[in-house]
Design a protein around this ligand. Sequence first.
Ligand code: URA
Length: 250
Amino acid sequence: MRLNKFLASAGVASRRGADALIGAGKVRINGKQVHELGTIVDNGDCIEVDGKRVAPPAAPTYLLLNKPRGVVTTLRDPQGRPTVAQFVAGRSRVFPVGRLDYATSGVLLLTDDGDLAHGLLHPRFGVEKTYRAEISGRLSPQDVRSLLQGVFLDDGRAAGAKLRVLAAAGDRCVVEVTIHEGRNRQVRRMFEALGHPVRALTRTRFGPLRLGELAPGQIRTLTSKEIDALQRYRRRATESPRTTPPEVTP
Ligand code: URA
């Protein structure tokens, strides 16, 4: 971890404030004065500011919730509806990364790691999200083409989606759709635009995180493997952001 992040996470100062402390020669690592702003801190290093040892910051919390339908993706709702706060009560200062609609269930990451959340949410990086949508009607070949090429929505053409029809029976079908944009109600609007209203929607994947067997309302801590995968995913996304911006309606 960079020294300024270490100091900021430990509550010593803001990142800028930490840089100022480093620049002023007030920070020592293992007894040696540090001047380089980009200095990396390793586990077990002894960090001192003004001669006082700084306790290492607590490790961030990463939680995976299967958000049920009928719950808003905020910690407080002015309208008094149930929120995701009920599932994280007493578990540090986590916040949801991104949003799922009130009526949508599925994978929701909650964390107190602001850097990670910021990286994942930046529109240039476009985290891939997969949804299982139960829709009215059957998709025609033209509908499939539109979804793959990008459906025209009222806020511009959506980027092309990845698509798999999982089941079809009677007047409905179940479709797995993967998108990397995060527009409001995007999946519902894409199918609505094609005349196939969504009856039920579940997010089954967010970047490298999968819903697995987690039941609606269940929450668990990410495994260290998942945390590593998430950090790697974030790093990759930051190093090679998507270069094709979403097309807009001509
Ligand atoms: N698309 C939607 O329509 N709803 C969600 O909650 C997420 C994506």
